[in-house]
Design a protein around this ligand. Structure first.
Ligand SMILES: [Zn+2]
Length: 319
């Protein structure tokens, strides 16, 4: 299930054994699961279903672009994209150039209603959109039988089987916390969880379904890093830390797994639709600023750990 970009992502899908791992006695099936260490003493924020898209928290204006430092024509940043129900706003925080990169290249690819990694949950959970008229009425699924026959069906967009895409990384902790050299390679697994009962209305066991969404770990990771970086700036102030992520977010560096690790918690988090945590990892000197981002947390999705930056000791601002 799912449609993948590039051969290496197909390999990831094979590695994670889509057919072999199943959640028993439930209609949800999942391709990967593993354990998760939680951190205490972190600041937590949650996005709740009843506040979707509403401005529930507006932080202090930043006054410069949090990605490149430019000071003119600044726009606000949604810490979690509006299209995922984000309601945490960072005013005067992004220049037009960086806003185009993060908005169009990164978030636009993930939120796309036809093929974005989170297109299906956006339709099914009725998450906000800037263009309600452009929301699709129909979606297509391509179904392949084991003997290679292919059929395409068109269904109402609101009937598309609910599914969540994400990823896990080979090492659950970001490379920088393990003393690893930065790498351009992504080693990990594609993660997928879908409602089997809903899928069985259209496909028989053994058939392959294409059309849920595309997934590229680098694009997805850039969005997760953007959320973490904006959250860190909102909570602690841009001057409190030396940032690690702007080049990754802007696509100038592909050292994604040096700063990001992902694993799946065995249990869903029932507090809110998305959960964010951020705090200082005091075991490093100077301490690292670390964020945890879990989107669609109440469906038992992967938890992403991101090292956002390192404390600046020359700044006396209270933390
Ligand atoms: Zn900028």
């Amino acid at each position: 299930m799912g449609r993948f970009v590039g051969n290496y992502i197909l390999d990831l899908a094979r590695r994670c054994g889509v057919e072999s791992m199943r959640f028993s006695a439930a209609s949800w099936r999942c391709v990967i699961s593993s354990s998760l260490c939680c951190s205490s003493g972190f600041r937590a924020m949650a996005v709740f279903l009843d506040g979707l898209g509403k401005r529930v928290k507006i932080f202090d204006p930043v006054g410069f672009c949090i990605y490149c430092g430019a000071k003119d024509n600044l726009g606000e940043e949604h810490i979690i994209p509006l299209g995922l129900g984000g309601n945490l706003i960072l005013p005067a925080a992004s220049c037009p150039t960086c806003s185009d990169i993060t908005g169009r290249q990164v978030e636009g690819a993930i939120l796309n209603a036809y093929w974005g990694a989170h297109g299906v949950p956006r339709l099914r959970l009725n998450l906000p959109t800037r263009n309600p008229k452009k929301r699709p009425k129909k979606r297509s699924l391509k179904i392949m039988s084991p003997n290679g026959e292919v059929r395409t069906i068109t269904i109402s967009a609101t009937d598309i089987p609910l599914a969540f895409l994400g990823m896990t990384t080979e090492h659950h902790r970001p490379g920088i916390l393990r003393g690893a050299e930065p790498t351009d390679r992504f080693r990990g697994a594609f993660w997928l969880k879908y409602n089997d009962q809903e899928l069985r209305k259209y496909a028989k066991p053994g058939e392959t379904v294409e059309g849920i969404g595309k997934f590229n770990p680098f694009t997805y990771g850039r969005m997760i890093c953007k959320i973490a970086h904006a959250l860190a700036t909102a909570e602690y102030g841009a001057e409190s830390f030396k940032p690690f992520l702007p080049d990754v977010i802007l696509g100038k560096s592909s050292h994604l797994t040096h700063y990001l690790g992902a694993q799946v918690s065995p249990a869903p988090d029932l507090q809110g639709l998305h959960n964010l945590h951020i705090g200082w990892l005091e075991t490093a000197v100077p301490p690292y600023l670390v964020a945890y981002v879990r989107l669609f947390c109440n469906y038992g999705t992967p938890d992403y750990m991101i090292v956002v930056g390192q404390r600046r000791l020359d700044v006396a601002r209270p933390l």
